[in-house]
Ligand binder design. Structure first.
Ligand code: S3P
Length: 430
């Protein structure tokens, strides 16, 4: 599908974004293996989280969506740690790396065999990073060419391990912790660089035997989880597109309501503010151990700078839209230590660079990053998402700053995390 995006002077009003994708995946999985009925408010509308729900359904967990007091509520009938059933067919994770990597931790411990696969993009994403620790725990997994989906997982009894993450990945950390729920003894996960901690927080909320320390988590297996009412905050990574649109367009003043502000996710806000962005936090609250709040963002002169090291890992999902900001910034943006971008839904170093160049924006790439000179204009043209949701949305925002209308090819990819994106954009722009 092609979407035409016209230039805009600014972003206005109050915008709400879908429920956080990372948290929704975790609530779908943990609600399914908890004992009792969980009601989940503001579950992500994105296709990725619905892939997780469909997998859980195929494993015997029923769920319904209803409206309660004007809110959409997902009700999950948890079956307990040992209540999943062998699925009748191959599990389909769709486009979702989180689904396949995290769910594999649960599947590895079942008393049956499963095969889990996904779309063409997922079939190219490396799985050795989860196969290695799961195998150490006693799992039996085979993959295409030893590392790609489909994964054939033959459930086995697992034992706890002490695991140092070789890459900063919350998906891998979560996979090991989910397997740890079933494992004999204690599972310890250590990280050099902090990654998002939604799994640890959710496990604590649902009553797991878990201890959280900085960059270290201990979990004792065998304890049942208890169902709970869960509220998903809005997704800061989705809000990022509107935050940066507001910053770069000349006449913006917008509120992003009810956005997740977990400190492992807010490096984006710190970076932007340190570069001169006018972003205010209003009305911060907590629910289920997760912070949420409203953000007010106004047009700002953003300096640009360098993002590297642990900071890169903390904003890895926001790099496509940060690259767009970089071109519009005063001094440009250098992104380093971002080799993980090459194994996301697309090789994002290449898909970002290709689309910037289509818009006549100068950029150079390195093995693990991008260099984007500042003070550049976006030339209206056709850009291509290559089926990657964050590329589609980032370049729709770049198109707002061009002189004429642009076309986003493969625009439908946005629905992986934000099906309402273009409608929200049309309402918010002037
Ligand atoms: C996610 C972790 C990150 C992130 C992805 C969602 C999660 O991936 O890029 O979009 O929900 O745990 P990695 O774990 O591969 O870094």
């Amino acid at each position: 599908m092609n979407e035409t995006v016209s230039p805009a002077r600014g972003i206005h009003g109050v915008i709400s974004v879908p429920g956080d994708k990372s948290i929704s995946h975790r609530y779908a999985m943990l609600g399914s293996i908890a004992e009792g009925t969980s009601n989940v408010f503001n579950f992500s509308s994105g296709a990725d989280c619905h892939s997780t729900l469909a997998c859980m359904k195929a494993l015997g967990v029923s769920h319904t969506f209803t409206k309660k007091e004007g809110h959409d509520v997902l009700t999950i009938e948890g079956v307990g740690l040992h209540g999943l059933h062998r699925p009748a067919a191959v599990l389909d994770a769709g486009n979702s790396g989180s689904t396949i990597r995290m769910l594999s931790g649960i599947l590895a411990a079942q008393s049956f065999e499963t095969t889990i696969a996904g779309d063409e993009s997922l079939a190219r994403r490396p799985m050795r990073r989860i196969m290695q620790p799961l195998t150490e725990m006693g799992a039996r997994i085979t993959a295409k060419d030893g590392q790609f989906p489909p994964l054939e997982i033959c459930g086995s009894p697992l034992r706890g391990i002490d695991y140092q993450l070789p890459v900063p990945s919350a998906q891998v950390k979560s996979c090991v912790l989910l397997a740890g729920l079933y494992a004999d003894g204690e599972t310890v996960v250590r990280e050099n660089i902090s990654t998002r901690d939604h799994t640890e927080i959710a496990l604590r909320e649902l009553g797991a035997d878990i201890q959280l320390e900085p960059r270290l988590t201990r979990l004792r297996g065998g304890k049942q989880l208890s169902a709970k009412t869960l509220i998903v905050p809005g997704d800061l990574s989705s809000a990022a597109f509107f935050i940066i649109a507001a910053l770069i367009l000349p006449e913006s003043d917008v509120i992003l309501s009810n956005v997740g502000l977990n400190p492992t996710r807010t490096a984006l806000l710190d970076i932007l503010r340190s570069m001169g962005a006018n972003i205010k936090l209003l009305h911060v609250e907590e629910a289920n151990g997760e912070l949420t709040g409203n953000l007010q963002v106004q047009t700002s002169r953003v300096r640009g700078g360098t993002i590297d090291g642990a900071l890169t890992a903390a904003v890895i999902d926001e790099i496509p839209i940060l690259a767009v900001l970089g071109a519009a910034s005063q001094d440009g943006l250098i992104i380093r230590n971002a080799s993980e971008l090459r194994i996301k839904e697309t090789d994002r170093i290449e898909t970002i660079a290709e689309n910037l160049r289509r818009m006549n924006v100068r950029v150079s790439t390195t093995e693990d990053g991008l260099e984007i000179p500042g003070n550049q204009r976006f030339h209206a043209t056709e850009v291509d998402s290559h089926g990657d949701h964050r590329i589609a949305m980032a370049f729709a925002i770049a198109a707002l700053a061009a002189e004429h209308a642009s076309v986003i090819q493969g625009a439908e990819a946005a629905s992986v995390s934000f099906p309402e994106f273009y409608e929200t954009l049309r309402h918010a722009t002037r």
